[in-house]
Design a protein around this ligand. Sequence first.
Ligand code: HEM
Length: 155
Amino acid sequence: MRAAARLRFALRPATPLRSEVFVVTELLLLVHPWLGYAVSALVLVASLAAFKRAKDGVEFRAGLYRGAYLLLSVQVLLGIVLYGLGGYWDAAPLIAYVHPVLGVLALGAGQALLARARKTQMAADAHRLAGRGLLITLLLVIISIGVASIATTLT
Ligand code: HEM
């Protein structure tokens, strides 16, 4: 896929901003996957922490969970920029539609469950709900990464 992205870029008409755009695209091709793996690890750690806090009856604080979703938001944003700069709407459907939709869904579903958790009275229930939201997010993120890997391997 990287070769395909470069070829698509090379075939575009020249503009004064082209080399800067090329550098940013190359940088995002490097950063986006690695940040994706780091975000997945953080979401996993946050969900395990949530279930432990529920078990220990710790007071509900959403800081760690919000941090995980903040990093995921940055990842989605970088993905959108990469998508726009690389013209990925012309790519294979798995990378053009399925990967981005799953990424956005992962963020939306997790944040919706965190919002519900923050309104929950009992701290243990709130942590458990936040943990479930993070696990659903993790599942969608893993499927999203898998789909992107299949697409990049096949192209
Ligand atoms: C949950 C959020 C996301 C995660 C964790 C994630 C992670 C990844 C990973 C790991 C890859 C590399 C796959 C591989 O080559 O094996 C990738 C590729 C890609 N992602 Fe995402 N992504 C996310 C969201 C998005 C979104 C929202 C968009 C665009 C709207 C996007 C656009 C892309 C594109 C265009 C590629 C292909 C890059 C290439 O040509 O190698 N991603 N993503």
